[in-house]
Design a protein around this ligand. Structure first.
Ligand SMILES: Nc1ncnc2c1ncn2[C@@H]1O[C@H](COP(=O)(O)OP(=O)(O)OP(=O)(O)O)[C@@H](O)[C@H]1O
Ligand SMILES: [Mg+2]
Length: 407
C-alpha cells in the first residue's frame, strides 16, 4: 500500500457505529480520500463494555478506509465521550517575572490552574484556556507582552476515567494503530459545525448520538462548559420497539422513515404500517402515536441538556443560540421541539464540507469524525508553524550573534 505525506486518520468510535476517515492535507484544505463505517456494539452510553466487539468494529471501519484510500495507516486521532467525562473550571495565579508577561509565565499560570485535586482513577484529557487576567485587567486572550505583577489564567479542565480511557487505547492498539491524541468528541464536533462568530457570541452545541448527547458551551471564543447526557437515539428506537410491539430493526427503520419529534407537526389522519412480532399480521398505527413515543424521549434528552445550560450560568449569554447535530438530530421536528423547550434560536447542523469524498460524510452523524479531522489538521499545521517559527527564531538569534561578534 502507498505511503503519503500529510495524511491524517481519525476514528470516531460511537455507540452505534465506528467511522474511520483518512484525509490528505493539501494547501487548499482537507481532502477525504478514505472512508469506512461499521456498526458498533461494543459500547454502552459511549463507553467500551466489550473489547472484542469494539476491536472488530474499528478493524472493519479502518480496513475499508485503507482499501478506499490505498494507504496504510499507523496512527490516528481518536474521539472520546461517555458518562465518565467531567468538565470543571479552574484558576491559576502566578507572579510575573521581570514585570512583562512572557510565554513561560503563561505556561506557569496554566500549570498552576491544572494543579487541582484530581482523583487517582481520573486522567486529564484537555486543559482549555479561557482567558487571562493581568493585575486587575480581566478578559485578556493573549497576555504576552503585557506589563504587570500578577497573572491569572482561567481554564476548563476535562478529565476522564483512567479505565474507560485505557479500554479505548487497548481497543485501538489491538488493530495495530498508535493513538496520536485522544480528543473530547464535543470539541471535535464543534470544530465541524460551529462558526467562529457563534463561538465568540456564545453558543451551545448539542450532538445527539445513539447512546449519548454531548453538550458544549462556547463564549468569547472558548469552551466554558462540557457535559454528557447519557441518553441518545438508541433509546428512542427501543421505546418504539416496545411501544409498538415491533422488532428493533423495524423500529429503527420506522423511526428514520416516519419519525417526528414534535407532534403538532404531524397531521392527525396519517397512519403507518407496523410489522408485528411472531408472524402476526402488520397493523396500521396512527403516526401521532409514533410521534408521542419519540417526542417523550427527545423531550427528556433536550430537558437534560437545558438543565446543564441553566446550571452553567451562560444561558442568558448565548446570543448565537443552540446548534444541534448528531445522527438523532435528523429526526423531523427536532429543531421545533428544542426551540420550544429552550426558548432560544436553534440551528440544525451538518458537518462543514471538506474536499474529496465529502458526500460520504454529509450527514450529522459524521460531525464528530469530520471535526476530528479538522482538529487534527489544525494541530498539525500548528506544529509546522511552531517548528518554522523556531527555525526563524533560531536564524534570528544566529544573525544577532554574528552581528555581535562582527561589530
Ligand atoms: N434519519 C434519521 N432519523 C432519525 N434518527 C436517525 C437518522 N439517522 C440516524 N439516526 C439515529 O442516529 C443515531 C446514531 O447517531 P450517531 O452516529 O451520531 O451516534 P454514535 O456516534 O454512534 O453514538 P454516540 O455518539 O452516542 O456514542 C442512531 O440512534 C440512529 O437511529
Ligand atoms: Mg457520536
Amino acid at each position: 500500500m502507498a505511503k503519503k505525506a500529510n495524511l491524517v486518520a481519525v476514528l470516531d468510535i460511537g455507540t452505534t457505529k465506528t467511522s474511520a476517515l483518512i484525509c490528505e492535507l493539501t494547501e487548499g484544505g482537507v481532502d477525504l480520500i478514505g472512508f469506512g463505517s461499521t456498526p458498533s456494539d461494543g459500547l454502552r452510553k459511549g463507553v467500551v463494555i466489550n473489547i472484542e466487539n469494539t476491536v472488530e468494529s474499528i478493524k472493519g471501519a479502518l480496513e475499508e478506509a485503507e482499501r478506499v484510500s490505498g494507504c496504510n495507516i499507523r496512527s490516528a486521532y481518536v474521539g472520546i465521550s461517555g458518562g465518565h467525562i467531567r468538565g470543571q473550571n479552574s484558576l491559576g495565579i502566578v507572579g510575573i517575572k521581570g514585570g512583562e508577561v512572557d510565554s513561560e509565565d503563561v505556561q506557569r499560570s496554566v500549570e498552576a490552574a491544572k494543579a487541582v485535586n484530581i482523583p487517582t482513577d481520573r486522567e486529564i484529557l484537555h486543559v482549555l484556556t479561557q482567558s487571562f487576567m493581568v493585575d486587575d485587567q480581566d478578559g485578556i486572550r493573549d497576555p504576552v507582552g503585557m506589563t504587570g505583577v500578577r497573572l491569572e489564567s482561567k481554564v476548563h479542565i476535562v478529565t476522564g476515567s483512567v479505565s474507560a480511557i485505557q479500554n479505548i487505547v487497548k481497543s485501538v492498539n489491538r488493530v495495530g494503530l498508535e493513538i496520536s491524541e485522544i480528543v473530547l468528541e464535543h470539541i471535535a464536533a464543534a470544530e465541524a459545525v460551529l462558526t467562529q462568530d457563534e463561538k465568540d457570541l456564545g453558543v451551545a452545541m448539542l450532538d445527539i448520538g445513539g447512546g449519548t448527547a454531548n453538550l458544549v458551551i462556547y463564549y468569547e471564543g472558548t469552551v466554558r462548559t462540557t457535559a454528557v447526557i447519557p441518553v441518545g437515539g438508541h433509546y428512542i428506537t427501543s421505546d418504539i420497539s416496545t411501544g409498538l410491539r415491533t422488532p428493533l430493526a423495524e423500529a429503527e427503520r420506522i423511526k428514520k422513515e416516519h419519525g417526528c419529534a414534535y407532534t403538532p407537526m404531524i397531521p392527525r389522519e396519517e397512519t403507518i404500517q407496523v410489522p408485528s412480532v411472531g408472524g402476526r399480521e402488520p397493523r396500521d398505527v396512527s403516526r401521532q402515536i409514533l410521534g408521542r413515543i419519540i417526542e417523550a424521549r427527545m423531550e427528556e434528552i433536550i430537558n437534560l441538556a437545558y438543565k446543564e445550560i441553566s446550571k452553567s450560568g451562560y444561558e442568558d449569554l448565548l446570543a448565537a443560540g443552540v446548534v444541534v447535530t448528531g445522527g438523532t438530530s435528523k429526526t423531523e421536528g427536532t429543531a421545533e421541539l428544542t426551540e420550544q423547550i429552550m426558548n432560544m434560536p436553534v440551528r440544525m447542523a451538518l458537518p462543514r464540507a471538506i474536499g474529496g469524498l465529502n458526500d460520504k460524510v454529509d450527514h450529522p452523524m459524521y460531525s464528530t469524525a469530520v471535526g476530528l479531522v479538522m482538529y487534527a489538521s489544525q494541530n498539525m499545521s500548528r506544529k509546522v508553524r511552531n517548528s518554522s517559527e523556531s527555525w526563524i527564531g533560531r536564524t534570528c538569534r544566529q544573525v544577532k550573534k554574528w552581528c555581535l561578534e562582527f561589530f
